[in-house]
Design a protein around this ligand. Structure first.
Ligand code: EPU
Length: 411
């Protein structure tokens, strides 16, 4: 059992340094499979999903070293191997093995990738994109003699399908145009890394990415962008405890959709080049719709719901990315969180939180439970927190430095 014991009701004050982006790290690490040589990746967060990626690379014969936020990897000994199931189904990013293994070895077994449970998380867009590049689907395997560039129009700006198509197209013969791509900052990081390895990718961060493929890729390097979801989470923790939290070394432009919501809630947001500070007396209720970047991120939906659950009045959250991403609300109920779910809309009624025992149901839902426990007076216990450690580095140390009373218990 892993648990946090939180003595809540203490306002958080101070400055926290943003970690490097989780979703950039996992995409770049898996993409390294298609390169030949030594790569250096900076600002890698020390989180469980990164550790799982390093284990997977190790199984494929890639040597890795991780210290002080820097991963050095050498793909010299890369070899095709059956990867351990228990590793693959720990995180969604295992689905990037589709593009990486297909481009590297000409075949892949469709991974039963894990990650947070928001109902079904299919990979049909990924598979169809690989087919457009010439792969053939044989049961749970994809194979190809060679990949050939093509125009691929994604039915939805899926992050995973965009990552996989960029990786595979980088080694395909000729030019690939991917339309309706995801525009998240981690897509830009992936392209920056592969370009540093000799790829020719343009347009990353827009809705159309163009790749001149079949390049010999050597090792490369990248400093990952800051993690916008971690930044947003700490800002929300400051607000939930009636404190004043600053996040530094972050990229405020990535969070303009969150700042629009803060504005509607009457929250003061001070933004400088790479620093954000927020504070408020009594945040107001509001309505939010999640959507792909640059819209309001689904990965901040649970945390903002927990904050709205303390405001006066009624709020609505329309979740358009993962219609079933409200499972975490069950873990907020013991604190007094009051809501109704109708289809993809969560209706939240403001209430006063009280201490409780609960458990994390998924990564961001767990982050929301932590915020709720930080705001409720008295001792709360949150179990299953290894799910939160999939995405937040040094969370106990960071919260303690802001003045929280939090203890990690592992048995
Ligand atoms: N979808 C399909 N078919 C597909 C792919 C996606 O129907 O082949 C649907 C999904 O079911 C979902 C929507 O498209 O309804 C969006 O899924 P997307 O592919 O964009 O998400 P993902 O790649 O599985 C990544 C992040 C998630 C984040 C989403 C949305 C990583 C490793 N994961 O997942 O991050 O919520 O994009 O922004 O980058 C998290 O960090 O907590 C997390 C869950």
């Amino acid at each position: 059992m892993s648990a946090f014991i939180i003595n809540g009701g203490r306002p958080l004050f101070g400055t926290v340094t943003a970690q490097g982006s989780k979703n950039s790290a996992v995409a770049v690490l898996i993409a390294s499979i298609i390169t030949d040589g030594v790569s250096e990746i900076y600002d890698v967060p020390d989180i469980l999903d990164v550790r799982v990626c390093l284990e997977l690379l190790g199984c494929l014969g890639i040597k890795t070293e991780f210290s002080n936020g820097k991963v050095t990897l050498d793909t010299g000994g890369v070899k095709k191997t059956e990867l351990p199931h228990e590793c693959i189904n720990k995180m969604r990013a295992s689905s990037y093995l589709i593009g990486a293994e297909l481009a590297r070895f000409g075949e892949c077994t469709l991974p039963d990738s894990g990650g947070c449970n928001f109902g079904s998380r299919p990979v049909n867009y990924h598979i169809n994109a690989m087919r457009s590049l010439g792969a053939i689907c044989n049961g749970d395997r994809l194979v190809c003699n060679k990949l050939t560039g093509n125009t691929v129009r994604l039915p939805y700006p899926s992050v995973g399908a965009t990552v996989n198509t960029i990786i595979a197209a980088s080694k395909a013969d000729g030019m690939t145009i991917i339309e309706n791509t995801a525009r998240e900052p981690h897509i830009e990081d992936l392209a920056k890394y592969l370009n540093s390895c000799g790829a020719e990718i343009s347009g990353a961060g827009t809705a159309c990415v163009i790749i001149k493929g079949n390049k010999k890729l050597h090792g490369g390097s990248i400093k990952l962008c800051p993690d916008m979801i971690e930044t947003g989470t700490y800002l929300i923790y400051g607000l939930m405890t009636h404190g004043r939290v600053t996040v530094k070394d972050t990229a405020p432009y990535q969070l303009s959709s969150l700042f629009d919501v803060f504005d509607r809630m009457g929250i003061s947001t001070e933004v400088q080049k790479d620093t954000v500070t927020v504070y408020a007396k009594n945040p107001r209720s509001t309505d939010i719709t999640t959507s792909p970047y640059p819209g309001f991120p689904t990965d901040l939906q649970p945390q903002i719901s927990a904050l709205l659950g303390m405001s006066d009045g009624i709020s609505h959250i329309n979740e358009t990315v993962f219609a079933q991403r409200f499972g975490y609300t069950r873990s907020l109920s013991p604190f007094g969180f009051s809501c109704n779910i109708e289809n993809s809309v969560l209706k939240i009624k403001g209430a006063q939180y009280k201490k409780a025992c609960s458990r994390a149901t998924d990564l961001r839902g767990g982050a929301a439970v932590i915020g709720t426990a930080l705001s409720a007076k008295g001792e709360s216990v949150i179990e299953n927190v290894q799910l939160v450690m999939r995405g937040y580095s040094d969370i106990v140390e960071k919260l303690t430095a802001l003045g929280a009373e939090i203890v990690y218990k592992y048995e």
